[in-house]
Design a protein around this ligand. Structure first.
Ligand SMILES: [Zn+2]
Length: 343
């Protein structure tokens, strides 16, 4: 069976039955539709550790809980029904009324073998489950924060609409005193932590040795991607996500009418962040700053996700702008040029 024939069969199943209904028919757990994607418990690794741990999107299933790999519809049918590959094809072909004789004869056994050896490896692998956890912020944190647009943000071209949308503020007291406050959200919209950006001039920050960005009691921001909660529904519609290093690029893109951006908040990509990205099931467009670290950031993200998702780099080096520029330093026209030449 050729790849095209497989694709055709899968497309017929999606059209005539629907993946969610097929999954229910196969008795997969906690099947749920969200946008164009279907989520459920991963049927491949042991343990129902995450009810949304397996996503069907754009013709493939992906487990980002433990397996960290793609499965096709035949893998899923084989797993749930205990079928071999030809049987899985017959089963799906029967469902949608495709000529089975042909499918049976054209099916190759090797497709199945590869998968079986992977599954036995999986069984041997030690279960290393770690749930993403954080302590919810006490509400009193917000007592220290005033919902005002700091003049520094205004100078950088951000207005009150941006302040409100991203719930930015300024801490008059408390742990983040004297800093612009940026609540950091999780995909479900809850607040993981708050980042505080010093409003002191660059030279003063360097001289005094304080940190430019300080996270509320040094809590772990690496469990999430900045703006993922707000961006999630738009990402599902636009089928693309922009990935930046910093908050400001996300705010700038929002001003330009692109609500589908997230930031890693630094030049590394944690395992949790990688899983969140892949879970989106859309094209990933990375745009590191125009410097060495930004270049490495692009490569890091590419290495982590490009095998599992559509991927592109939006290369700041295409622009004649100063070294160290990030997306929030360029014009909308420059961004549009970059975006249109990124495919
Ligand atoms: Zn899995």
């Amino acid at each position: 069976m050729t790849d095209d024939q497989k694709k055709e069969l899968v497309a017929k199943v999606e059209e005539q039955i629907g993946i969610a209904d097929l999954f229910k028919m196969l008795e997969m757990s906690t099947v749920k539709i969200k946008g164009d994607n279907v989520y459920c418990v991963c049927p491949f690794h042991e343990g129902a550790d995450n009810p949304n741990g397996f996503a069907w999107s754009n013709g493939f299933g992906f487990c980002f809980t433990q397996c960290n790999r793609k499965y096709d519809l035949f893998d899923i049918v084989m797993r749930m029904k205990g079928y071999d590959f030809p049987e899985a094809i017959s089963f799906l072909a029967d469902l949608v009324g495709v000529d089975i004789e042909f499918s049976r004869q054209a099916a190759t056994v090797s497709d199945g073998l590869e998968n079986r050896s992977f599954l036995s490896q999986l069984k041997r692998a030690k279960s290393k489950k770690k749930a993403v956890e954080w302590t919810p912020l006490p509400n009193t944190v917000f007592n220290d924060i005033e919902p005002v647009l700091h003049s520094m943000l205004r100078k950088e071209g951000f207005d009150n609409e941006v302040r409100e949308y991203f719930n930015l503020g300024y801490a008059r007291s408390g742990y983040l005193e004297g800093r612009i406050t940026v609540p950091i959200d999780y995909i479900d919209g809850s607040i993981v932590t708050i980042s505080g950006r010093s409003v002191l001039p660059k030279e003063e920050i360097e001289m005094s040795g304080i940190r430019r960005y300080q996270i509320w009691f040094d809590t772990d921001k690496g469990v999430t991607l900045y703006n993922i909660g707000r961006a999630d529904p738009y990402i599902a519609i636009m089928k693309e996500v922009f990935v930046f290093e910093g908050f400001k690029s996300v705010w700038r893109l929002h001003q330009w009418g692109y609500p589908n951006a997230v930031a890693t908040m630094g030049t590394s990509l944690t395992d949790e962040q990688r899983k969140l990205l892949l879970k989106l099931g859309v094209k990933i467009i990375v745009c590191g700053d125009r410097d060495k670290a930004g270049k490495e950031f692009n490569q890091k993200v590419e290495g982590a996700v490009s095998k599992f998702a559509d991927f592109a780099v939006m290369d700041m080096y295409k622009l004649d702008v100063p070294e160290k520029s990030s997306l929030d330093d360029i014009t909308k026209q420059q961004f549009e040029f970059l975006y249109q030449t990124t495919k």
